[in-house]
Design a binder for this molecule. Structure first.
Ligand code: SAH
Ligand code: DHB
Ligand code: MG
Length: 246
């Protein structure tokens, strides 16, 4: 490995993340309780950071999401941020393969007073997505993809069948410490997110981009994609076509 590569875990990134999290509002007892009980139950500490959780909630509100689908629940830290962004009558469905994680999640949602808004679906996301499609569920206004990375390409297909024009998809962990640009990577997670990004980029139903991030979780990034109204509509406005111009 070349010594000039990015440092995967510069402590500064975590320090600044803590500064920002405190500035914009430290975790309240429900979020803190979710982290503590997840740790006590031996769950890996791989949830989104506090500032990322806040951004998820902000994005869900920006698109006016009444229905949210989360793929990859863990202990429900991101679920709490997302469920809190729902309007009255809104609904969140979250998919989790590990029974223990789903159990911890349910207890954390109870403590957060959010259980009535959330369906925790225990099982492989592939099967759960197929069942949601078969049951005619959706459309979901907002989707957060955060489960096993090799599964991302397949989950995208399911998500698109559960989406509508305007649905926003956010996917975590698509930069993988910068390994994403290595076509020869033998890491199935890297290959999974590479294929996923290629699918996002090539799909005429989507407008998409990806962002590199650093923070308490090191060097990684998010992909964002919006489902278009029609494959070939919403072409970029020609020069001079400013909004509000008569
Ligand atoms: N979104 C959570 C973190 C999720 S970590 C948060 O930010 O708080 C990824 C989760 O995906 C883990 O709980 C893992 O058990 C789950 N997972 C892994 N493979 C899966 C699969 N095939 N189907 C559903 N969930 C899966
Ligand atoms: C892992 C999974 C995640 O979703 C994440 O944000 C960080 C790490 C993991 O499986 O190691
Ligand atoms: Mg993640």
């Amino acid at each position: 490995m070349a010594s000039s590569g990015p440092h995967p875990d510069d402590p500064k990134w975590g320090e600044v993340d803590r500064f920002l999290a405190e500035l914009f509002g430290p975790d309240d007892p429900a979020l803190e309780g979710a982290l503590r009980s997840s740790e006590a139950a031996g769950l890996p500490s791989i949830q989104v950071s506090a500032v990322q959780g806040r951004l998820l909630g902000l994005l869900a509100r920006l698109v006016g999401a009444r229905t949210i689908l989360e793929i990859g629940t863990l202990g429900g830290y991101s679920t709490i941020w997302l469920a809190r962004a729902l309007p009255p009558g809104g609904r969140l469905t979250t998919l989790e393969i590990e029974p223990t994680h789903a159990q911890v999640e349910r207890a954390n949602l109870d403590r957060a007073g959010l259980s009535h808004l959330v369906d925790v679906v225990n099982g492989p996301a592939r099967d759960s997505l197929a069942r949601l499609v078969a049951e005619g569920r959706g459309p979901f206004d907002f989707v957060f993809l955060d489960a096993d990375k090799p599964g991302y390409p397949e989950y995208l297909a399911g998500v698109l069948r559960l989406a509508r024009p305007g649905t926003l998809l956010v996917a975590d962990n698509v930069i993988r410490h910068g390994a994403v640009d290595d076509p020869h990577s033998t890491d199935p997670r890297v290959q999974g997110v590479r294929r996923f990004l290629e699918l996002l980029a090539a799909d005429p139903r989507l407008e998409a981009t990806a962002l590199q991030t650093v923070g308490s979780k090191g060097y990684d990034g998010w992909a964002l994609a919006r489902v278009r109204a029609e494959p070939d509509d919403e072409a970029p406005a020609p020069p001079g076509a400013a909004v509000g111009k008569k």
